[in-house]
Design a protein around this ligand. Sequence first.
Ligand SMILES: Nc1ncnc2c1ncn2[C@@H]1O[C@H](COP(=O)(O)OP(=O)(O)OP(=O)(O)O)[C@@H](O)[C@H]1O
Ligand SMILES: [Mg+2]
Length: 245
Amino acid sequence: MLKVKDLVIEPRGVKKAVVSNASFEVREKEIHVILGPNGSGKSTLAYSVMGLGGYKPISGSITFMEKDITNLSVTERAKLGITLAWQEPVRFEGITVSDYIKAGMSNRDESAVDHALSLVELDSKKFKKRFVDNSLSGGERKRVELAAVVAMEPKLMILDEPDSGLDVIVYDELYQLLDNIRNEVNSSVLLITHREESGEVADSATLIWEGKTILSGRFPIVMHKYCTMARREDKCRKKPCLMKY
Ligand SMILES: Nc1ncnc2c1ncn2[C@@H]1O[C@H](COP(=O)(O)OP(=O)(O)OP(=O)(O)O)[C@@H](O)[C@H]1O
Ligand SMILES: [Mg+2]
């Protein structure tokens, strides 16, 4: 469904390639995890796949559903069914949760808002009229953002660290939600995360290191490589997600 090939990205204003050779593939209805340490180029890659201005690749190609989208704008890519949820969720003073979710929906139906909120396990009666600002906790804002992405019924969801800022107990719950969403909306998910726990739902993964693809394949193998390169083998081997395979 998504094929990224030999991508080189120099973000606008940066004189060197932040992503220097990235290649990976996301299949239909698959959860594909991008692993890599801080500063390895994961968000840059996500922005470039979404087509954000300033992240146009200088070489390589991005193909989505057999169509070359390398030179398409963010709007054109959104129309094809690609959406992105930010690493830092947005805050909009004065906009209610309900209006925020409706903004991306083709059919602005109240029951669809309720449904999207129920998928992320937020009580719509309690949350619909709340504002998307600091009064929501970090975790609640992440869920609202996820609900907004789900409501768009995208073909590909790019989620940049949806687990950052959540407490440990919530990780598993979040990955379960992603699994529910993937099954319900029939979306593919490009998930950026550092967390081993994402292996509970991930089908495949790509390891990015200093802007380069090191390995792409089944999640446990790629996660193991990540742990080896980061010199954290012991921690990773103990994880049940690795023992499952
Ligand atoms: N617009 C920019 N201007 C200057 N440097 C940038 C810009 N965009 C990215 N970089 C640099 O490129 C590198 C990769 O950044 P990126 O945000 O893609 O990393 P990441 O893998 O998402 O990291 P993290 O895990 O911390 O979110 C970093 O060193 C970052 O400082
Ligand atoms: Mg990032």
